[in-house]
Write a protein that binds this ligand. Structure first.
Ligand code: HEM
Length: 371
């Protein structure tokens, strides 16, 4: 999509898509300004434009990411108590153990699918851990989650995907009931506390975590692995220990969540175009992160660049609640990968498969051979 974005930034900084009837913003300054102006750019119809999800009922599927204040403020403050630095840091040894296990399994095989065998498993297992899913049920949760988010924009999620979604909902409801009876020191117990959330609020939140926190992190890891392979000089820096720059540049270069949707609450004029209240807006972080006015030579994958302004986790009220967890997960996985695997790995590009989704961008299959 990047050549298209470049043309949009140049020629049509506000661009109308007639098929799905939305207006896209592609320049960094426009996207950043819209993200922080949550009074004008409402989230109350949800962050995705797809027909089956967009609308006032989005919050029943996607929880507080599809709300505005005051509901958003109340829910986010409860949920944030479950995402403290202490809780995130406490997960590190578990994450390292999982990452090492998956890398070692891959090494034994010699040729393995980086996406399926490692990067798709790790983030979902971490979320299962956060939500109190016992290890014995994790493979099942992974299986049911499969394919949920992989439908194409304009179409509705597949029936199977929806069935799986709701069956997971029932499963999470049983965990909530257990924690109500016997609270522990974990995220779900925080959510069910006296001043916490209702069951009707918690189940969608758990489903949101699976959607927001797993595939995105998967695609960050895939992007890091793939783009380092494509750029041997950068790979040498990455394997030489530049883990944080590797992660940040991958977040910028191939942004896992390419865009987010908003609904205008007031009549607005942008680049000379009159947009009435109610207009569907698409804020393209994936383009903002390649805006030449902020990131010089944006199409070069360069671990040496300043990435401090990247917008991959959003901005403003809805700034990703899991950003520090995602960064820690990616760092730990990349540390284990560089420790256990030699930098001369190969990727079979004929076997790469990509997502077909309007928002989540990345690879579903990434066949890798290690020496
Ligand atoms: C929100 C990206 C990982 C939980 C967001 C938003 C973005 C984003 C762009 C803002 C959406 C909007 O403004 O409409 C990412 C990326 C990730 C990642 C790129 C990985 C590389 C995670 C993880 C978790 C998580 C690991 C939790 C386990 C959330 C939640 C929200 C959110 C709960 C909603 C926050 C709110 O509405 O106030 N994420 N995310 N994310 N993310 Fe992440």
């Amino acid at each position: 999509p990047y050549p298209v974005y470049a043309r949009m930034r140049r020629e049509a900084p506000i661009y109308h898509n007639p098929e799905l009837n939305f207006w896209a913003l592609s320049r960094y300054d426009d996207v950043a300004a819209a993200l922080v102006d949550s009074a004008r750019y409402s989230s109350d119809h949800g962050p995705v434009l797809d027909g089956g999800v967009w609308g006032p009922k989005a919050r029943t599927m996607l929880s507080f990411v599809a709300t505005d204040p005051p509901d958003h403020t109340r829910m986010r403050s409860v949920i944030a108590r479950g995402f403290t630095m202490r809780r995130v840091a406490a997960l590190e040894p578990m994450i390292r153990g999982l990452a090492r296990g998956y890398v070692e399994e891959g090494l034994e095989k010699g040729t393995f699918d980086f996406a399926r065998d490692l990067s798709a498993k790790l983030p979902l297992d971490v979320i299962s851990e956060l939500m109190g899913v016992p290890p014995s049920d994790r493979a099942e949760v992974r299986e049911r989650n499969n394919g949920l988010l992989r439908y194409h924009p304009g179409s509705d999620p597949s029936e199977d995907g929806l069935r799986n979604l709701f069956s997971l909902g029932g499963y999470y409801a049983s965990i909530i009931a257990e924690r109500r009876k016997a609270p522990r020191d974990d995220l779900v117990s925080v959510l069910v506390a006296d001043d916490g959330l209702t069951d009707e609020e918690i189940v969608p939140f758990m489903l949101l975590l699976v959607g927001a926190g797993s595939e995105t992190t998967t695609h960050l890891l895939n992007a890091a692995w793939y783009w380092a392979w494509r750029n041997p000089e950068q790979r040498a820096a990455a394997f030489g220990g530049a883990i944080a720059p590797w992660m940040e540049e991958s977040l910028r270069y191939d942004t896992p969540a390419q865009g987010t949707a908003r609904r205008l609450t007031e009549d607005t004029v942008l680049h000379g175009v009159d947009l009435p209240a109610g207009t569907r807006m698409w804020l393209l972080a994936g383009s903002a992160n390649r805006d030449e006015s902020v990131f010089p030579d944006p199409d070069a994958y360069d671990l040496g660049r300043d990435t401090s302004k990247l917008i991959s986790f959003g901005a403003g009220r809805h700034y990703c609640l899991g950003a520090s967890l995602a960064r820690m997960e990616a760092r730990v996985a990349l540390e284990e990968l560089t420790r256990l695997i030699a930098p001369d790995y190969e990727i079979d590009t004929t076997g790469i498969r990509r997502t077909r989704h309007g928002n989540v961008r990345g690879m579903l299959s990434l066949p890798t051979t290690v020496r």
